[in-house]
Design a protein around this ligand. Structure first.
Ligand code: DQA
Length: 143
């Protein structure tokens, strides 16, 4: 089984971008950590990132054929994207939403997530460790 780990805009800059909020680990570090956990649980991991909403929608469509579950950090699209929500509604497996920062400690516009309406679980404020926690939860959901 394959888990898709989808990341939205500006997360390509993870590790360089606002490190006080998002830490020093890069997306490549996240990929390594999740791939190692995947090995432990018998999953392969496909981590992707895009700065374009439509590309993320297409990654989710692709997941319908190729992924057992989706871990998604939609980044700023969390708070704006009905299109990403609709795409996730058309995916049948488990969906876990991750935010590196504690969005509830931040501006009010970050307190609402379109994606949470579909997510089976949400992690926020655990730093990049949130991705590893989501991997563990995904393993239980798919067991
Ligand atoms: C984020 C939180 C979002 O509000 C923000 O737009 C991001 C990253 C997080 O991981 O904490 O880009 O999703």
């Amino acid at each position: 089984k394959t888990i898709y780990i989808l990341n939205g805009p500006n997360l390509n800059l993870l590790g360089k971008r606002e490190p006080d909020l998002y830490g020093h680990d890069t997306l490549a570090d996240v990929e390594t950590a999740c791939a190692n956990l995947g090995n432990e649980f018998g999953f392969s991991v496909n981590l992707m990132q895009s700065n374009h909403e439509g590309e993320i929608v297409e990654m989710i469509h692709d997941a319908r054929e190729h992924a057992a579950g989706i871990i998604i950090n939609p980044a700023a699209y969390t708070h704006t994207s009905v299109a990403i929500l609709d795409a996730l509604q058309a995916f049948e497996g488990p969906v876990l939403e991750v935010h590196i920062s504690n969005v509830y400690k931040r501006e009010a516009f970050r307190h609402h997530s379109y994606v949470s309406q579909r997510a089976d679980g949400v992690i926020a404020g655990f730093g990049v460790e949130g991705y590893s926690l989501a991997m563990r939860r995904m393993a239980s959901l798919l067991a």
